[in-house]
Ligand binder design. Structure first.
Ligand code: C2E
Ligand code: MG
Ligand code: MG
Ligand code: MG
Length: 285
C-alpha cells in the first residue's frame, strides 16, 4: 500500500491503462458509493515559510482509492465528475473531510486549504453550501481557506466576488490557485476578494531560466503585500527554487522539498513534532 506519496505521478492510472469512456462511466456510477465507503479521501501537503521552514498551513488534495485501479489523481476524475454535473456532492465531501482535519490543525493556528472549482463559486447557494459542510465536518471558518482552482471558468465574476466577500466576513480565507498559468490572470487578481495568491509550479520552473519571469514574481510579491495578501509558490522541488523565490520576495511555499502530500495521521505527527519546538519549524534547514 502507498505509505507516502511518490514525487512523481507514476503510481497513478494512465491513458494506456484503458482509461476509456466505459471506465469513466463506471467511475461516475460508483461516485456515491466511493464517498460512502471513504475511498475518496484527502492527502495533506504542508505549506511552509521559505526562510525557516515553519509550517503555516496545509493544502488538502483529493484522492480516489479505487478497489481495482489503485489511487487515482484528481486530474483523472474531477473533469469527468464536473461534466456529469456531480461536482457539488464531491465538494461537499472534501469540505467535510477538510473541516474534520481542521479540528486537529485549527487549534495550532494552521488553516486547511480546500480546493474548490471556480465553476461552482458563483452559485446562489455557494456561501450556505460551504457553511453547511464545514459545520457538518465540525470545522470553523477561521480554520479554513477556500482555494479557488480553474479560475478562468468563473461563470459570473460579480456573483463570485459577492460570495467570496461574504465568506471572508464569516472568517474564511480565500486563495487564488495556479496564478501565472493563463488560467488565473491579472483582472481576476484585481476583482476577486482574496487573502492569498498561489504562484503555479510552471511559473516557478520558468523563473529558473527567465529573468522576465523573475521580475514578474518580484512584482507580484510587492503587489500582494501592498494589498495585505500572502504570496505562496507551488512545486518547490529544489533548494535553488527555494532560494530564488526567497530572493524575489516570496515568503511561503509548498512542494516536494518542503513536504509531500501525506495521510492525515502522518501530517499530524509532523505537526505535533514540530509544534513542540519553539518556532514550529521543520528540521529541513
Ligand atoms: P493544485 O491545487 O495546484 O495542486 C498542486 C498539485 O501539484 C498537486 O497535484 C500536488 O500533489 C502537486 N505537487 C505538490 N508539490 C509538488 C512538487 O514539488 N512538484 C510537482 N511536480 N508537483 C507537486 P494533485 O494532487 O494531483 O492535484 C492536481 C490538481 O487537482 C490540483 O492542482 C487542483 O487543481 C485539483 N484538485 C486537487 N484536489 C481537489 C479538490 O478537492 N477539488 C477540486 N475541485 N480540485 C482539486
Ligand atoms: Mg490547489
Ligand atoms: Mg495550485
Ligand atoms: Mg497548480
Amino acid at each position: 500500500d502507498k505509505a507516502s506519496e511518490r514525487p512523481t505521478h507514476i503510481a497513478y492510472v494512465s491513458e494506456q491503462d484503458g482509461f476509456d469512456a466505459n471506465w469513466q462511466l463506471s467511475l461516475l456510477a460508483s461516485l456515491d458509493q466511493a464517498i460512502a465507503k471513504e475511498q475518496i479521501y484527502l492527502a495533506f501537503q504542508p505549506q511552509t515559510r521559505l526562510d525557516d521552514g515553519a509550517i503555516v498551513g496545509v493544502e488538502a488534495l483529493v484522492r480516489w482509492r479505487h478497489p481495482e485501479r489503485g489511487v487515482i489523481s484528481p486530474s483523472q476524475f474531477i473533469p469527468q465528475i464536473e461534466r456529469a454535473g456531480r461536482l457539488k456532492p464531491l465538494t461537499a465531501h472534501t469540505l467535510r473531510l477538510g473541516a474534520r482535519a481542521a479540528q486537529k490543525t485549527g487549534p495550532h493556528d494552521i488553516r486547511v486549504s480546500v480546493n474548490v472549482s471556480a465553476t461552482i463559486i458563483s452559485d446562489d447557494d455557494f456561501v450556505a453550501f460551504v457553511q453547511e459542510n464545514i459545520k457538518a465536518g465540525g470545522g470553523h471558518p477561521g480554520w479554513i481557506t477556500i482555494e479557488i482552482t480553474e479560475t478562468a471558468r468563473i461563470p459570473s465574476i460579480e456573483r463570485a466576488s459577492r460570495n467570496l466577500l461574504a465568506l471572508q466576513r464569516l472568517g474564511y480565507h480565500v486563495a487564488l490557485d495556479d496564478f501565472g498559468t493563463g488560467e488565473a490572470n491579472l483582472s481576476l487578481l484585481v476583482s476577486l476578494p482574496c487573502d492569498e495568491l498561489k504562484i503555479d509550479r510552471s511559473f516557478v520552473v520558468l523563473a529558473q531560466h527567465s529573468e522576465r519571469a523573475r521580475m514578474v514574481i518580484s512584482g507580484l510579491s510587492r503587489t500582494t503585500h501592498l494589498a495585505g495578501m500572502r504570496l505562496i509558490a507551488e512545486g518547490i522541488e529544489t533548494d535553488e527554487d527555494r532560494e530564488m523565490l526567497l530572493n524575489l520576495g516570496c515568503e511561503m511555499g509548498q512542494g516536494y522539498l518542503l513536504g509531500k502530500p501525506q495521510f492525515l495521521p502522518q501530517f499530524l505527527q509532523l505537526l505535533t513534532a514540530v509544534v513542540d519546538t519553539p518556532d514550529r519549524k521543520l528540521s529541513l534547514y
